[in-house]
Design a protein around this ligand. Sequence first.
Ligand code: F0G
Length: 459
Amino acid sequence: MMKTIIEPFRIKSVEPIRFTTTEERERILQDAGYNPFMILADDVLIDLLTDSGTAAMSAKQWAGIMDGDESYAGARSFYKFESAVRDITGYKYIIPTHQGRAAEKILFTILGGAGKFVPNNTHFDTTRANIEYSGAEAIDLVIDEGKDPDSLHPFKGNMDIEKLEKFIKERGPENIPIGMMTVTNNAGGGQPVSMENLRAVKNVLKKYNIPFFLDACRFAENSYFIKLREEGYADKSVKEIAQEMFSLADGCTMSAKKDALVNMGGFLAMNDENLAQSARNILIVTEGFPTYGGLSGRDLEAIAQGFVEVVDEHYLRYRLRSTEYLGEKLMDAGVPILRPPGGHAIYLNARGFTPHIPPEKFPGQSIVCELYRFGGIRAVEIGSVMFGKTDKKTGNFIPATMELVRLAIPRRVYTQSHIDYVVEVIIEMYKGRESLKGYNIVYEAPMLRHFTARFEPIT
Ligand code: F0G
């Protein structure tokens, strides 16, 4: 067999990218308050801000867009969507939402509330925010290896089962309305969860009668990691592995903007009829009628087709390998990254990249700004800007567990030469890393501050 893993598609439609000069980008950065979320996408050369909603759709998905049934009730496209999602998840009730966080909002409006706790390996920021908004507390119980950027554990997204059981006993199962697992664990570096761990989580939750939900955004990537790394799965198809994963849980939330290969969409799915009824009642008030729930018929068509394409193993092999390729090139050059490479992104380890910048001066933000200034590349800080806090009592700064910069790879969008360029930029930047000085926050919103914060460079 040939060694080179090629993009398993040819390109039918292209979109130009705009080149800017370093001087232009310096001005753009300043105007954006040194927050890449505030930069116009047209001013970005290679956009690695997110893998969410940024996929290139296939010709068949675009054909589905034309074929979408836009009827208010009972649309044909809904049934196609429902059947494609059910084929893989096996869940009885499938409730479309406009994106992942809308599914979370509905779920926690029903199950959240003051005095409740929701454990997860690591909550993604919108999940955490929706839980906290309901008054409940979001608890992260990922294994210790999952917090160590250098641990080579094959399933760093796993949950610490002992901690989970201890937590349930301490807080009381009656105060834990649901337990979750995020596959792959985005906030922990896009790291996978093993089937064995999912089963163990399920068994603990079941013992205490607590429903188990997956945050399934990247279920296909997680399934392929299981195929590659977990004993007993090499000969199973990714689809079978995904079906087994979903069968261990009672339901899921999903942002279709990731592994459904679409630009917008999500859903909430479950087997519990009463929960589904409550969810649909909220859906009608906040999203739309249950057969479209915040989406157009054409969006539902694209998701249905995306669910077929994403479990294709040629696609997944290319997907995981191309992410790993970026990681390998950086590691070969000595650039500190979170290891092993995740599924949808490479995470630069900012603590190792710029050890001279303390967490309260936001090392990750410094790297993110320099990536844009120097190379026109947009990435996102996942560190103390996103998760750092100030202790209300003492006024002390509490840093994030890790200081990371995420280079998320949009699905089927960039080619190998784009990635080679990214590698070149980062290696050059790493050589000149001493020149990075850190930032201060000059404005922040009360929640999810990273989206709108403004910064000032330290000179
Ligand atoms: N859960 C996980 C694990 C996610 O990564 C995301 C989104 C969501 C839930 C929310 O879904 O955006 O459709 O509302 N992650 C994006 C990212 C935004 O860039 O990682 P959404």
